[in-house]
Design a protein around this ligand. Structure first.
Ligand code: ADP
Ligand code: MG
Length: 657
């Protein structure tokens, strides 16, 4: 807020004022300057009209010139640069219409045209800039300095000097400057800026902290995980900015056709003009008719329909915890007819706990310590559970000499010259290790959670029971998708059939495919992607990354849990640990698509109507201009309504499908 006042205060300095005055006439003009220019254009135009009725001819021409200059100089510069690259655009049409109006002594109509054109242009610019600012202002919320703790002393240093593994102190009420992990202290943290979720989250030692979130009541010591420029917040802002740059197909098509269309309009208008002259011999009214046609057929509203809607949707979604990495993903998500889910970490919370350890030789602690020694190096949720259990029992872990992770299978390595593996039956089969039959049976039949097998080549063998909770909202999220008309709901998991079936039944998925390797998941997704509309894959792990990339739309669970590769490969990231974000994303995408379709229909309909009226000779230039600019503004406002937080409407649409 303070920053804002300072910057608006600066507008009062003479230098700023004169710079703004010059910018009134250039394409660099910001929304405010554009509004000022179009306002002045209207005022000078009205003065000129009054002077005309008074017969003050010289003064009248002065104000006409001023009005044209204010309303048209920026568009003229833009038209010239468009013509230089042989890509005539709307600016060319408008300037031509205004100039010809003035030449044929309809200067007042030209002034109205320039005024309305510059006004709608200022409105668009204002709307777009506002949505953009909504995102970049997130970055300003990060403090400039951090309180670095080193050798028991506290120093305030600029953010850029903070490195990974530094320790910073954050006091109550302060925003966290960086991403990190709590070392000491407890507090409630408001994470709404990143996740959109307003309820505070409790943090203890070991909890993850995100830059930009607010520390409510405790004083925390935080170990920095990455430099400020790479924080999650910085990445979100970058992604959303990139998303706004990338164009959706509808927009690309329109951009490709804009110049040919504009050329056609020019040719047809000139043709109408010449034809009119030949038939009626009335040069002035023929030229006028041609100009009206030119304005009526201008595609301003068509060009704006999709960028405005996409921009508004990306911004709205980001605010409610759904990150679209590009406008094209919105478009594709809107058409998807089936969803595939990973199990562990996606439908389940991904925070499994060890329920039981059973070694065949009875030495359960040794088995757990051996497993934990390997899992220590893995990022898999099961691995975290096993390491935590070993730590809780205070076990010291044996040294390992070799480590390898096989996503979807497990992990294996070497210790004191013995091969050792922790994972699924398949892991051992692949390495030609003979497992005791009763272990295989136990793993396959375990319906209550997952049985992880442990086997060392000296004969040490056993199982570790790991249970994970199904996410509270999983069932509701699946129901919402079904209500939204999604028919294909599939679970793809690397786990055994029995635990997979049980979880699928709990959340309401009937199509279960278990025992899949990451490659099997990929094949399954490629088959599903061929279905009508394609498939969206929801996943969180390293093992899901290929499937996320191959899906029509890849959706990653971001909020804290997801593996970095999953976040990188996905097209959409759910920032909140909330599966209902999926149906929210879906309904936002559908709303965006239908808004674009309706806007295009309206825009083309308007052009058709205006052209028809012109052909019939029922439309004069001022009304053509009003119809044309009015439809442009209507399209912009219609697209911008997607920005509004219409949670009720969204859920209503999800219900309706
Ligand atoms: P999901 O597809 O359900 O996310 P994964 O493909 O990651 O599951 O893993 C499939 C199965 O492989 C798990 O249920 C587990 O039994 C085993 N597994 C995978 N990675 C590990 C690991 N690091 N440690 C132990 N078991 C593992
Ligand atoms: Mg997973």
């Amino acid at each position: 807020m303070a920053l804002h006042l300072v910057s608006s205060g600066q507008y009062l300095t003479i230098a700023q004022l004169s710079r703004s005055a010059v910018r009134l006439f250039t394409p660099d003009a910001g929304p405010h300057e554009r509004f000022v220019a179009s306002g002045l254009c209207a005022v000078t135009g009205i003065i000129a009209a009054v002077l005309q009725s008074q017969g003050a001819v010289a003064a009248m021409w002065f104000f006409i010139a001023a009005s044209y200059l204010l309303g048209g100089s920026r568009a003229t510069l833009e038209a010239i640069s468009a013509l230089r690259t042989w890509r005539p655009d709307i600016n060319v049409l408008m300037i031509l219409a205004a100039v010809v109006s003035a030449i044929t002594l309809h200067w007042d109509e030209g002034a109205i045209l320039l005024f309305l054109f510059s006004l709608s242009d200022a409105l668009e610019r204002f709307a777009i800039e506002r949505t953009r600012r909504g995102i970049s202002s997130l970055m300003n919320l990060r403090p400039e300095k951090a309180c670095l703790v080193r050798d028991d002393r506290e120093l305030h240093v600029p953010l850029a000097e903070i490195r990974a593994d530094d320790v910073v102190r954050v006091r109550p009420g302060e925003r966290f400057p960086v991403d990190g992990v709590v070392l000491d202290g407890e507090s409630a943290v408001d994470e709404s800026i990143v996740t959109g979720e307003s309820a505070p989250v409790e943090k203890q030692p070991g909890s993850k902290i995100l830059a930009g979130t607010i520390n409510a009541n405790g004083s925390l010591l935080v170990r920095v995980s990455r430099p400020a420029s790479e924080s999650t917040l910085a990445r979100i802002v970058r992604l959303v900015e990139e998303a706004q740059e990338r164009r959706v197909t509808a927009q690309r098509v329109i951009e490709r056709w804009q110049s040919p269309y504009v050329l056609t309009v020019l040719v047809v208008s000139i043709g109408t003009m010449l034809l009119g002259m030949l038939i009626s011999g009335d040069i002035m009214s023929s030229i006028h008719r041609g100009m009206v046609l030119l304005v009526a057929a201008s595609p301003c509203a068509v060009v704006l329909a999709s960028p405005v809607a996409v921009l508004a949707t990306v911004t709205h979604a980001a605010r409610s915890g759904v990150l679209f990495k590009g406008g094209s993903h919105i478009e594709r998500l809107a058409t998807v007819s089936s969803f595939a889910f990973d199990k562990t970490g996606t439908l389940t919370r991904g925070r499994p706990v060890v329920r039981a350890v059973s070694a065949q030789n009875g030495n359960h602690d040794e088995l757990l310590a051996v497993a934990a020694a390997l899992e220590h190096r893995s990022e898999h949720p099961v691995a975290r559970a096993i390491t935590a259990a070993a730590a809780a029992r205070g076990l010291s872990l044996p040294e390992i000499e070799l480590f390898s992770s096989e996503p979807g299978f497990g992990v294996w390595g070497r210790m004191s010259n013995h091969w050792v593996g922790v994972g699924q039956v398949r892991l051992f089969q692949q390495h030609g290790i003979e497992l005791p039959q009763e272990l295989i049976r136990a793993a396959r039949e375990s319906a209550d959670g997952t049985k992880v097998l442990v086997m060392r080549s000296d004969g040490l063998a056993g199982t570790i029971d790991v249970a994970d909770e199904v996410r509270r909202e999983a069932k509701q999220a699946i129901e919402q998708l079904r209500a939204a008309g999604i028919t294909g709901l599939t679970m793809l998991t690397g786990d055994h059939a029995a635990p997979a079936e049980r979880i699928a039944a709990t959340v309401g998925i009937t199509d279960v495919r278990s025992g899949l390797t990451p490659a099997d998941k990929l094949t399954a997704i490629m088959t599903l992607a061929k279905s009508n509309g394609g498939v969206a894959m929801v996943g969180d792990g390293v093992n899901d990354a290929p499937a996320l990339a191959a899906a029509t739309v890849g959706i990653a669970m971001g909020g804290g849990g997801g593996a970095d590769v999953a976040l990188e490969t996905a097209d959409v990231v759910l920032m909140r640990e909330d599966l209902c974000g999926i149906s929210r994303a879906l309904s936002l995408a559908r709303r965006c698509r239908s808004t674009i379709q309706q806007s295009l229909l309206f825009a083309f309909g308007m052009i058709f109507l205006l052209v028809l009226l012109t052909m019939l000779g029922w439309l004069s230039l001022p009304f053509a201009v009003i119809g044309h600019e009015g439809s442009t503004v209507a399209v912009v406002l219609y697209g911008l309504r997607l920005l509004a937080d219409s949670r009720k409407q969204v859920s209503a649409e999800t219900q309706r499908g």
